[in-house]
Design a protein around this ligand. Structure first.
Ligand SMILES: *Cc1c(COP(=O)(O)O)cnc(C)c1O
Length: 375
């Protein structure tokens, strides 16, 4: 058992190095703090990292989703099929873009929508598929891309949690239009920020124009646009993180392996898996607490919190179950039994890059102790 005096282990930690301090200071002193050359560097660096032709930086991950949907020129009544098991931003973006949200059920191993749950929802009104690469593992994109191709649908990926993840040899964000978040607790951060990736020249161009009030040149407006711009100050926080990102992911992967080894064999506790052909970047390490476990999910959260282990429930309900969506005319409450079961059982444990080996042992010991599994 760990000493009761040991400080709590948070679910996420933001620690930025001297390279960030230096670049931020450089931007502060440059006089160009709004969108400028450092945003450009971030776009180019991230495009190279994931192997995308274009990356367009915006002010947050939700905006990335909204903009990616807006350039599809959706008509009223057009439907976007997404995951019910996601952060509210995914659904909010669909509504903001004027579309109707439909929900395909998820798989219980990767928590993502899949070809066979999407296909029955596809009809006349379907315009786009919006899979979510949850917790850092890609959705089964080969199958999803197949559905999109057969029915001529756009693909927008919610890759907010999946920087550098891959499936079938392709990075998250290169199957369709990729939407990444740079929020403070994401794997890569600028405090607030978003990145949109695309291999399509016309989409990239439309996104750049939309981002800047619909202007291509100053005061020549092509479309009614918006201000979705990121600042060089924000980009300066993120650019230096790109060089060390692979090493950071490797640490997360090591922690995930150690957690799974330590938590193996506990009745009713299902540890997460990296499925064959996928590269998981472990934004979250999420276990499922089944009925066979000695504690219920919420009791386990309480016991771990008492033992100083930060944990999170992402997400406690399916997105459209919150009151504000219940009577929404553009939210269709599809049947999603797997997502509902997972929402009642999921629990995320710390897996971030700043954990020490001792921290990982403490997490394992605390879980085993709480459920009476012995350590
Ligand atoms: C964080 C997140 C978003 C939204 O990103 P913001 O930068 O916070 O706007 C969207 N979808 C998912 C799955 C997320 O985790």
């Amino acid at each position: 058992m760990s000493s009761p005096a040991a400080p709590p282990i948070p679910i996420s930690v933001v620690r930025l190095g001297p390279e960030v301090e230096a670049l931020v200071l450089e931007v502060v002193r440059s006089g160009t703090i709004a969108q400028g050359p450092v945003v450009r560097r971030l776009e180019e660096g991230f495009a190279e990292m994931i192997g995308a032709r274009h990356v367009v930086a915006v002010n947050n991950g939700t905006t990335a989703l909204v903009a990616a949907l807006q350039v599809l020129d959706l008509r009223p009544g057009d439907e976007v099929v997404t995951s019910p098991f996601t952060f509210a931003a995914t659904l909010n973006a669909i509504l903001e873009a004027g579309a109707t949200a439909r929900f395909a059920d998820i798989g219980a191993d990767d928590f993502a929508i899949r070809a066979d749950t999407i296909e029955p929802l596809v009809g006349e009104r379907t315009a786009a598929l919006l899979p979510v690469h949850l917790y850092g593992q890609c959705a089964p994109m080969a199958g999803i891309a197949g559905v999109a191709e057969r029915h001529d649908l756009a693909v927008v990926e919610d890759a907010a949690q999946a920087h550098g993840a891959a499936v079938a040899g392709r990075s998250a964000g290169t199957w369709g239009t990729g939407c990444f978040s740079l929020y403070a607790t994401k794997n890569l951060t600028s405090g607030e920020g978003g990145l949109i990736s695309t291999d399509d020249d016309a989409t990239a161009d439309a996104l750049r124009v939309l981002r800047n009030q619909g202007m291509r040149e100053r005061y020549r407006y092509e479309v009614p646009g918006h201000n979705y711009r990121m600042t060089d100050l924000q980009a300066a926080v993120c650019v230096p993180q790109l060089a060390g990102y692979d090493a950071q992911v490797e640490r997360r992967r090591q922690h995930a392996r150690a957690l799974s080894a330590g938590l193996a064999g506990i009745d009713g506790l299902r540890t997460p898996v990296e499925l064959p052909g996928r590269r998981h970047v472990w934004h979250q390490y999420t276990v499922l607490v089944d009925d066979a476990c000695r504690l219920g999910r919420d009791e386990l959260v309480e016991e771990l919190t008492r033992r100083g282990i930060g944990c999170g429930v992402y997400y406690p309900a399916v997105a459209f179950d919150h009151r504000c969506y219940l009577d929404h005319p553009r939210v269709v409450a599809d049947e999603v039994p797997v997502a509902r079961a997972v929402a009642a059982r999921c629990l995320s444990l710390p897996v971030h890059a700043h954990l020490t080996g001792t921290d990982v042992e403490r997490i394992v010991d605390a879980v085993r102790d709480a459920v009476g599994a012995g350590t």
